[in-house]
Write a protein that binds this ligand. Structure first.
Ligand code: ZN
Length: 503
């Protein structure tokens, strides 16, 4: 019998951990779609057991031994060869997992589970005071986590790296500042523009079953494979990969709102296309996994906005929409509809924000969570700091905490350093779409014909199949020939909204 190599051992362990995690993914998906309410307690016990098993396997000391042997042995090929990539990522994951004491992992799990429950109640009561004690506890634990993983309790990068490996606050801060300086004048110009869209046309009756049929049709046209995926209903839309041939996306329907479900479906379809485009031969290893949340979000934003809110797309989709939603759209023109789905209006709520104002919501959160982590902002002062920033950046003041600092679930779930990946997604998406347009010269005509195979093929080739081969910035560089920059995003917004609003 031949002796299996340390690399084989690591490969087997990686596949087993991935398999266990995918069991948890089915249970989470079910919890958010079909599970009866009373099933919650047993479900949390199931998920807790699986999380414990995953953590146990991920911190198994034998992994450290095998990694040491493989790293010393060499022969892994170039740094971006599959074996070398897998070893690099396994090392990263192992070091992160073993740097955190078990007590801290367990305390964080409890504090964030409780924190989310308290957050739901506090948000319903619009009372930050009810959330503050739980939040103080979570923040203290996250500072401890940052100290274990990085250079100290204020080490934002240590947490950011969970979602966007290689990213640093020092790189993000100037990128966000450039965005802010470009977006604020554009928002002001749009506010002063004489033309305004009539968004009333999106608030007519759109029978939800027809919304589903229409949404699934467009998702199929984009290339989402319904033999290897499903679309279901949930309160908070998401996409999750259950296996290499099983990707679940979700949305929510509202009779009197066309945009919510439809653009939600396009967004999650973008995530789903990425998952369905990963290299199956590498499944269960880092080479077969998405590189970062920023890149994941670039895929969803690209399909939702660069394609789904564009004129070429609606040139072919609008006549179809008119047939499906005859009553709602019989007296609406393509121009009026396109303008309506592209309304720009500063608002207090991030998830309702348009393409132009969205990044300001993220910049506010980035600045606040860094200050919280650094101890420069006390949790007690968060609502006031929040209001001050919204006034400064969006000229709006929340009427209460629910539409202020309690609106997002992230911090209650311990997700610090997560928000920037949304804006990175927009920035990457714009740069990728620019490059795709250069490489596929008749891309607008393809989209006008309802043919998305060229664009999907380009993304498969440049992004999806590479898994974690490179860090996100290197991946974008390899795909576009340029370092990631906010300029393509700003240029696209200025061009598109300048045309729509007649600036
Ligand atoms: Zn997303």
């Amino acid at each position: 019998m031949s002796q299996s190599t340390p690399y084989d051992q690591l490969l087997a362990a990686s596949r087993e951990i991935s398999l266990l995690a995918s069991c948890a993914a089915v249970l989470s998906w079910d919890e958010q779609t079909y599970m009866p309410r009373e099933g919650a307690q047993h479900r949390s016990a199931q998920l807790g057991l699986l999380a414990g098993l995953v953590h146990e396997k991920a911190t198994d000391p034998r992994l450290g031994n095998w990694l040491g042997e493989v790293e010393q042995g060499g022969g892994l090929g170039l740094p971006d060869a599959p074996m070398a990539v897998n070893v690099r990522e396994w090392r990263r994951a192992f070091d992160r997992a073993t740097k955190l004491p078990k007590r801290l992992v367990e305390e964080l799990a409890r504090a964030t589970s409780l924190g989310q429950q308290v957050w739901v109640e506090a948000r319903a009561a619009a009372s930050y005071a009810r959330f503050q004690p739980a939040f103080e506890k979570i923040l203290a634990l996250k500072r401890e986590e940052a100290a274990c993983l990085g250079a100290g309790p204020a080490d934002y990068d240590a947490l950011l790296n969970d979602y966007e490996p290689g990213a640093t606050a020092a790189d993000l801060a100037p990128l966000f500042e450039t965005l802010r300086q470009g977006l604020v004048p554009l928002i002001e110009a749009i506010a002063a523009a004489p033309r305004r869209p009539d968004i009333g046309v999106l608030k007519r009756d759109y029978p939800t079953e027809r919304q589903r049929v229409f949404g699934e049709m467009v998702a199929s046209q984009f290339g989402f494979d319904f033999q290897r995926g499903r679309l279901d209903v949930t309160a908070h839309p998401f996409c999750t990969e259950v296996g290499p041939d099983d990707c679940r996306i979700t949305t929510r329907y509202n009779l009197r709102d066309f945009s919510d479900a439809f653009f939600g479906i396009l967004h999650e379809t973008g995530h789903g296309l990425y998952e369905q485009g990963l290299d199956r031969t590498h499944r269960g290893t880092p080479m077969g996994e998405a590189v970062s949340l920023g890149v994941h979000e670039s895929q969803s934003r690209l399909w939702e906005n660069a394609v789904g809110r564009s004129r070429p797309f609606w040139r072919q989709a609008f006549p179809q929409a008119k047939r499906v939603f005859r009553e709602a759209l019989h007296d609406v023109s393509e121009d009026a509809f396109l303008f309506a789905v592209n309304e720009v209006k500063p608002s207090l709520i991030r998830v309702q924000a348009d393409e132009v104002t969205y990044s300001l919501h993220i910049i506010i959160r980035f600045e606040l969570e860094r200050a919280l982590l650094a101890g420069e902002l006390a949790p007690a002062d968060l609502p006031a700091a929040w209001a001050e920033k919204y006034q400064a950046y969006l000229k709006l003041t929340p009427g209460n905490d629910a539409e202020g600092c309690l609106q997002d679930i992230h911090w209650s779930a311990g997700l610090f350093g997560y928000f920037p990946t949304y804006t990175l997604g927009n920035v990457f998406a714009a740069q990728l779409f620019d490059r795709a347009q250069q490489d596929l010269v008749d891309l607008p005509q393809q989209i006008e014909r309802g043919d998305f195979s060229g664009l999907l093929g380009w993304l498969r080739e440049k992004i999806h199949r590479h898994g974690k081969r490179w860090r996100s910035t290197e991946l974008v560089f390899q795909a576009t020939g340029a370092q990631p920059s906010p300029q393509p995003f700003l240029a696209q917004l200025t061009r598109k909204f300048g045309e729509l609003y007649g600036l």
